[in-house]
Design a protein around this ligand. Structure first.
Ligand SMILES: *Cc1c(COP(=O)(O)O)cnc(C)c1O
Length: 398
């Protein structure tokens, strides 16, 4: 028997759940792209986007996914042969490093493994050893390992080393979920995409940048017409903001999501994600007691992101649970990414529970309850009390 009929819940770390308000905002005829209401709407979107990243500086909007924002940032930051220091705490950090290398940047990777955050002391040492490094790239929350990095501490390391490197941060997973303060933390470049905390379909990406980054970019020779942020930031003609036709319906969706974010407030949004994340952690802590095959990927809660949680159940239980919750209970959970080679048995031990964007207590508690149901159905031994531990966190948080 299946109990999956009813509203399906896609609990993967992007695309995230889209609010009906956002979906409905797109259900309309295309607007005039040459003048009028669309232009006014975009004029309002720009300052609101800056608020979400907590910056008073610049923003460029791209038509593309997170990978496009990676390339845009790289193109504007570097000339061929320039040096980059990339701090890697999982699959996505490696991806950004590889993109930079393929574009002709001289990339040095500092790898901190799959369970621990960036160590600022190692960043400082690497920068002291090479003052020619032009930028430090770091992932705020690596969606694969769900390691959360201390961005302000990386800025501290750059300054302590006497380096004038730019600080670029991938906030694709974390924006709108984990506290992020671009200007206060001294970040020069922030990248994000529409389909995660911003609750909009995949297809838009964003690069916020400091005045210092804008000045440096003027000599970067990796810029091409598509990635160059000069006119996206300050278009002479409306179409230059998007390098062509505006992504009209994504913009309607984004306008609505930014309204929803403003209505709830950033502090309240961060607090909601914090409580939901802690409820997930509490469930796994209880399930893992006496069952070492079950556990959270990141041991120290201080280093865990609040948009998504990477977990292990021991192979083949991770994949078996995912299949069960999708087919029997209407909840799709995330695959384990970058934790083991997909061709090996170990791969099937990992998965991820997303709690990013338009999610509330009953959704997260429901996802956890379906995981426990799957463990019962599949005879996977686990500690008792996971659901009540999660419910207790929600009860106290609310
Ligand atoms: C999702 C994600 C990406 C990739 O974004 P795409 O839209 O899939 O290209 C990169 N970095 C992080 C941290 C992400 O969460």
């Amino acid at each position: 028997m299946s109990l999956a009929n009813g509203r399906h819940y896609l609990a993967i770390p992007g695309p995230s759940v889209m609010p009906d308000r956002v979906l409905n905002a797109m259900h309309r005829a295309a607007p005039n792209i040459y003048e009028g209401a669309l232009h006014d709407m975009v004029d309002g979107i720009v300052p609101d986007l800056k608020q979400v990243a907590r910056t008073a500086q610049h923003v460029a909007i791209y038509i593309g996914n997170g990978h496009s924002a990676w390339e845009a940032a790289i193109a504007n930051m570097f000339s061929r042969g320039d040096k980059a220091l990339v701090c890697v705490t999982g699959h996505f950090g490696l991806g950004w490093a590889n993109a930079a290398r393929q574009m002709g940047v001289d990339v040095q990777v500092l790898d901190f493994g799959r369970n621990s955050p960036v160590d600022p002391a190692r960043v400082e040492a690497a920068l002291r050893a090479d003052l020619a490094i032009r930028a430090v790239l770091v992932t705020h929350v690596d969606t694969a390992t769900t390691v959360l990095n201390d961005v302000a501490a990386v800025r501290g390391a750059i300054d302590a080393a006497g380096s004038d490197a730019l600080l670029a941060v991938d906030c694709i997973a974390s924006l709108g979920c984990d506290r992020f303060e671009m200007d206060a933390w001294g970040v020069d470049i922030t990248v994000a995409a529409s389909q995660k905390g911003l609750m909009v379909p995949p297809g838009l990406s964003f690069v916020w940048f400091s005045e210092k980054a804008r000045e440096r970019a003027m000599t970067s020779n990796l810029r091409t017409p598509m990635w160059d942020w000069t006119y996206r930031m300050a278009p002479r003609m409306f179409h230059e903001r998007f390098g062509g036709t505006a992504p009209t319906h994504h913009l309607f969706a984004l306008r609505e999501s930014l309204d929803m974010i403003a209505e709830e407030g950033m502090e309240a949004i961060w607090a909601r994600h914090d409580t939901l994340a802690r409820s997930v952690w509490a469930a796994f802590d209880a399930w893992s007691v006496g069952h070492d095959h079950i556990g959270l990927n990141v041991t120290d809660p201080a280093h865990r992101g609040r948009a998504v949680t990477a977990v292990r159940f021991g192979a083949p239980h991770g994949t078996a649970i995912r299949r069960w919750t999708e087919q029997k209970a209407g909840v799709t959970l995330g695959i384990g990414l970058g934790m083991a080679d997909p061709s090996t048995p170990e791969y099937h031990g990992f998965m991820r529970v997303a709690h990013m964007g338009h999610v509330n207590a009953h959704m997260t508690l429901g996802a956890l309850a379906t995981i426990e149901a799957a463990m019962h159905a599949l005879n996977i031994p686990h500690g008792a009390g996971g659901l009540s531990a999660a419910a207790k966190v929600v009860g106290q948080g609310a």
